[in-house]
Design a protein around this ligand. Structure first.
Ligand SMILES: Nc1ncnc2c1ncn2[C@@H]1O[C@H](COP(=O)(O)OP(=O)(O)OP(=O)(O)O)[C@@H](O)[C@H]1O
Length: 684
């Protein structure tokens, strides 16, 4: 297999350099060359990154045939049988789905573990109830081993140990919105990322349009950043809602993010735009052009607003209708004038003079009429020429602007924010209520905050139309964190509404007001387009740690069934600090807990999770040995050991602080220490 891998990687590279050496003649050829080159580049990269654990499994069927399963598929020639089957191929499915109860035609499932290109471990599961023979290696499950392994700070792919309940979500043929909920550590992120890889493999169209993975913050994105590349997928965009549009924005306070994230902001923006679309009254035209009546304006508005276009493109339709109406009016006016002239002449001459129509206009001028207009009307009123002239008329454009002005998305947002009570001055100072903006002194260039990004995006959509960059499939992780405004931003980027959305409302932070999937997806997809799954087995935490969070979970999410754990481990420890032992006592207890853990388990990933205000103090104490992070930033992450500091402070710090505490307590894979301050009451 490795021989074939090297051969094919070298061939792809050679082909790539050959293609790149070609001198394209013309733009079309250059574009074509770029398509071929990027396909070859992807192929070469996929082959090169498959090197590690290229083949991780084998299934033996009851009939004596077998199949090797790996990160990518390999066959010696296009018409030959595969030497290795891609884990996402249908043929590989029994590797994930077969159980002893439903062996799916398999006798044995084999897991292979490799170090570099050397197989270091083999482990078999006998599925058909037969006795293990001399060729079978039956031992500790590879899953247990993977879960107990020390963490590296980056999530790893789980292709070789994906569970049945996870695999069926990953491979679900559903094309709409797939929702996955489940408690902490149940593998929601694992499922979401493997599903992204599966979609890229199985849904050609989605792959061509690109896949986007959205996470709550850059730290989380970094944590998951290795998974898809290790599965050979390098073209997936990872982003947060704040970074998605590429606009630079300052951090927002939670109060600001919450308030500006509410759905009413979308209504306010849409209302403001609607009010700028010829709401009522006639159109006053410049010069001696006829005015348009209120009814004529209403007809133009109906035509422009009914086309489903954004405001600025719809303005063109509105103006076009105005120009058409004016052209018709001018033509009618000219015809009426002519009619009147004929009647007057007839009265003077005592007979019908319509035959005079083709006679000199000069006579008519003498009778007090505008010779040019009458002449035009009679001879050749050219509606197209009149229309073109009107369309180019600056005065008329100005008059249209009064009723249907061109809008600028930033100005629109500014206007709506001002109406909502946010200070306009400087966009970087002061603000509304406690959630107001801080950070005085910011320059004009970064006056927008991350909370403004979805508003600006909404405004752009209303004013100029949908975003240019859209995706064939979007994965939203920690989806409980998204505000209604952010959901709208996501939906806008996924016209096919093909999404994988994973989260847990028991872990919801305080920014979003959304509390259910129905609410979250209200603007995204109809119920008929969503398929929901629940994961119930916690792969991260031990039964002991989960047990310690049970009461808290019952308080914050009484309807949620606690997950079951697959592993056991140490009981969580509580260290109580006496409040009279001085201000640095908590920090000292934390430092001691960290050094105890590091001494007992050298090289582990240790985190200290605390209230925001303690971060500075504690970082100084454990620098270089443990990471210190506020509870609010810990979502989705995991560590070998976690020291949770002063739960009361975490709870008190933010609205929904109990859910932050729940997140903090469920981060460790092995060891949990809680440093608590005893209260005066405890001291009796
Ligand atoms: N099938 C599997 N094989 C190996 N490891 C797995 C498997 N499923 C989950 N894990 C591991 O379990 C841990 C938790 O998974 P993950 O982060 O996906 O859970 P989650 O449900 O997203 O958690 P949270 O709600 O806290 O964000 C990770 O280390 C992940 O790699």
């Amino acid at each position: 297999m490795y021989g074939l891998l090297d051969e094919q990687a070298a061939a792809a590279r050679a082909e790539l350099s050959r293609v790149l050496r070609e001198r394209p003649s013309g733009a079309a050829e250059a574009a074509e060359r770029e398509v071929v080159a990027s396909r070859l580049r992807r192929r070469a990269h996929a082959l090169e990154t498959a090197d590690h654990a290229l083949c991780f499994g084998r299934i033996d069927r009851a009939d004596g045939t077998w199949l090797h399963v790996g990160r990518i598929g390999l066959r010696p020639r296009a018409d030959a049988d595969p030497l290795l089957v891609d884990w996402r191929a249908d043929a590989a499915r029994p590797f994930y789905t077969a159980t002893a109860l439903a062996p799916d035609g398999l006798r044995r499932r084999r897991h292979l573990k490799a170090a570099g290109r050397t197989i270091t471990e083999v482990s078999d599961e006998i599925l058909d109830g037969s006795r293990p023979g001399s060729q079978d290696v039956v031992g500790d499950g590879p899953l247990v081993e993977a879960l107990s392994a020390r963490r590296t700070g980056h999530m790893r792919a789980a292709v070789s140990t994906l569970r049945f309940e996870q695999d069926r979500i990953v491979r679900s043929p559903h094309r709409g919105v797939t929702v996955v909920q489940g408690g902490p550590g149940t593998g929601k992120t694992v499922v979401a990322l493997h599903r992204a890889a599966y979609v890229l493999y199985a849904h050609e169209r989605a792959a061509a349009e690109g896949v986007l993975v959205l996470g709550p913050n850059p730290r989380f994105l970094d944590y998951i950043s290795h998974v898809l590349p290790s599965l050979g997928e390098n073209d997936v965009l990872l982003a947060t809602c704040a970074t998605l549009t590429g606009r630079s924005a300052a951090p927002a306070s939670e109060g600001e993010a919450r308030s500006k994230g509410e759905a009413r902001m979308a209504e306010a923006l849409a209302d403001t735009v609607r009010r700028r679309q010829a709401p009522s009254g006639p159109l006053r035209t410049p010069g001696d052009l006829p005015d348009l009546s209120a009814a004529e304006v209403a007809a133009a508005r109906a035509r422009a607003a009914g086309g489903g276009l954004a405001h600025n493109p719809a303005r063109a339709i509105f103006k076009e209708h105005v120009v058409d109406t004016l052209t018709d009016a001018l033509e009618r006016e000219a015809a009426d004038a002519l009619e009147q002239v004929d009647q007057e002449v007839a009265a003077v001459m005592g007979r019908d003079v319509s035959f005079l129509d083709r006679i000199a206009a000069a006579d008519l001028v003498r009778l007090g009429h505008d010779g040019a207009a009458v002449g035009d009307a009679r001879e050749d009123f050219d509606p197209d020429a009149v229309r073109a002239e009107l369309a180019a008329d600056r005065g008329l454009d100005g008059a249209v602007d009064v009723l249907w002005p061109r809008l600028d998305p930033e100005e629109l947002v500014r206007e709506v924010l001002e109406a909502d009570g946010w200070e306009a001055d400087g966009w970087g100072t002061g603000g509304r209520g406690t959630g107001g903006r801080t950070g005085a002194g910011r320059g004009a260039s970064d006056r927008w905050t991350e909370a403004d990004v979805p508003l600006l995006d909404e405004a752009s959509a209303l004013v100029d139309g949908l975003p240019e960059r859209t995706f064939g499939h979007i994965v939203v992780d920690e989806a409980q964190e998204l505000t209604p405004m952010q959901w709208r931003m996501v939906a806008r980027r996924c016209p096919s509404r093909s999404m994988t959305v994973v989260g847990d409302f028991a872990q919801a932070g305080q920014v979003s007001t959304v509390r259910s999937w129905g609410e979250a997806l209200a603007d995204v997809a109809d119920e008929g387009r969503t398929q929901a799954w629940t994961l119930t087995v916690s792969y991260r935490t031990t039964a002991e740690i989960l047990g310690a969070t049970r009461d808290l979970l019952a308080r914050i999410a009484p309807d949620q069934e606690p997950s079951t754990a697959v592993r056991h481990g140490e009981e969580p420890r509580t260290v109580v600090v006496h409040p009279r032992s001085g201000s640095g006592a908590v920090a000292s207890a934390v430092a001691a807990a960290v050094s105890d853990d590091v001494a007992a388990h050298p090289g582990g990933q240790v985190a200290v999770i605390c209230a925001e205000r303690r971060v500075g103090e504690l970082t100084g104490r454990v620098e270089g040995v443990a990471q210190v992070l506020p509870a609010a930033a810990a979502r989705g992450l995991e560590f070998d050991a976690v020291v949770v500091v002063a739960p009361d402070e975490i709870v008190a710090e933010r609205l929904g602080g109990q859910r932050d505490l729940y997140v903090a307590l469920t981060r460790p894979t092995h060891r949990l220490v809680v440093v608590e301050k005893s209260t005066e009451k405890d001291l009796g």
